[in-house]
Write a protein that binds this ligand. Structure first.
Ligand code: FAD
Length: 342
């Protein structure tokens, strides 16, 4: 394992509330790293409703989920946060007063003075296809996400699904894979039309295979896949030779590892005080949809407010000897300097 990344604050979850927290922490000179399971920034806004309009962000009468994400990224640019995408925070260990060691499923390790849980409804996790015995191949031959493309060089890959992820990875992995077979239950795809066209052109040129049907079983030994049983729509059964399978059946939200982080939970939410949105563990805060307190509303604007108050208390942990002076961005030249506008 490489050396731990040291940071003032580690934010778990790059949804809208985690993003705005970077702004509030940045104004108070705290450096931030963010980790998110998704391959994109923006949480629910980017993953669940990128093109839907939001009408209740203060001062912005109308913005889409993706639009809000982009505006937030623009707003926090001066503070140069570092994003670690495609990684899930698995454990938090208290190693100081306060100092935390945080580990991800990709083997990354952080040492942070403050941890902010802005994990929304929990972790987006891949839906497992209903194939008997698939667990035995997960992590060795069956993967639900592509973390490093190189891992799939010269592989004989079966990609299952008909949405954007299935089509995008078919096209991206095609140049480095030995062979790609795309399998979908019908010859009609939900993915971007341009990607579907590109895929069909590769099939027409004999450069990849397209099959219609469903995987009903897997063949192999010791976690190493050698083939997948395919049932076509006319019930004919055949075998597709493959050493790797990538099923893309969409995502579902689960609480995930939050339950193992040592903070109190109440109905799968993290109870916090409303003065600083701190959990029962000093130095670990929870903001946005993941927290609960009397009167809580799961709105983006609530999470923005929570981030502002959290940053005030976080400052005490990061700079125990510095006095915090309340300032407005409108009139403080020192804040404006940090924002690069003065
Ligand atoms: P999220 O947006 O859920 O982001 C949390 C992030 O944490 C996710 O990206 C997740 O991958 C990551 N994560 C979780 N666990 C881990 C882990 N262990 N390691 C690493 N990363 C992790 N709200 C409004 O205010 N107005 C609206 O009009 C509105 N419309 C909505 C419409 C729809 C269809 C939906 C689904 C929601 C809507 N909401 C609306 C609610 C709003 O999207 C949420 O309140 C908001 O996204 C919460 O932000 P968040 O940052 O707390 O969490």
């Amino acid at each position: 394992m490489s050396e731990a990344i040291k940071t003032d604050v580690l934010i778990i979850g790059a949804g809208p509330c985690g993003l705005f927290a970077v702004f509030e922490l940045g104004l108070l000179d705290m450096k931030v790293h963010l980790v998110d399971i998704l391959d994109k920034i923006g949480g629910q806004c980017a993953e669940l409703y990128p093109e839907k309009p939001i009408y209740d962000i203060p001062g912005i009468p109308f913005v889409t989920g993706q639009g809000l994400t982009e505006q937030l990224l623009e707003q926090i640019k001066p503070f140069g946060p570092t994003f670690h995408l495609n990684e899930m925070v698995e454990s938090i260990e208290k190693i100081g007063d306060p100092l935390f060691r945080v580990k991800t499923d990709a083997g990354k390790e952080f040492e942070a003075k403050v941890v902010v849980i802005s994990a929304g409804g929990g972790s987006f996790q891949p839906k497992r296809p209903p194939v008997p015995g698939i667990e035995a191949y997960e992590g060795t031959s069956v993967f639900y996400a592509v973390r490093k493309m190189e891992q799939f060089r010269d592989k004989n890959i079966l990609i299952v699904g008909g949405g954007d992820s299935a089509l995008d990875w078919t096209l991206n992995l095609h140049p480095i894979a030995k062979r790609i077979t795309l399998l979908h239950r019908r010859d009609d795809f939900r993915a971007a039309p341009h990607s579907v066209e590109q895929m069909r052109a590769l099939v027409a040129d004999g450069k990849m295979d397209l099959k219609i049907g469903q995987v009903t079983g897997l063949e192999g030994a010791d976690g190493q896949l050698s083939g997948a049983a395919l049932k076509a729509n006319d019930n004919a059964v055949s075998t597709i030779a493959c050493d790797t399978m990538l099923p893309f059946f969409g995502l579902t939200m689960k609480l995930g590892p939050v339950a193992n982080w040592g903070v109190a939970l109440e109905n799968n939410l993290v109870p916090v005080d409303t003065a600083a949105f701190e959990t029962n563990v000093s130095g670990i805060f929870a903001i946005g949809d993941i927290n609960t307190y009397p009167g809580k509303l799961k709105l983006i604007l609530s999470g923005f407010h929570e981030g502002a108050l959290m940053a005030q208390k976080a400052h005490r942990y990061v700079y125990p000897d510095k006095r915090l002076v309340f300032q407005y961005t409108t009139s403080s030249s020192s804040l404006q300097k940090k924002l690069g506008v003065n």
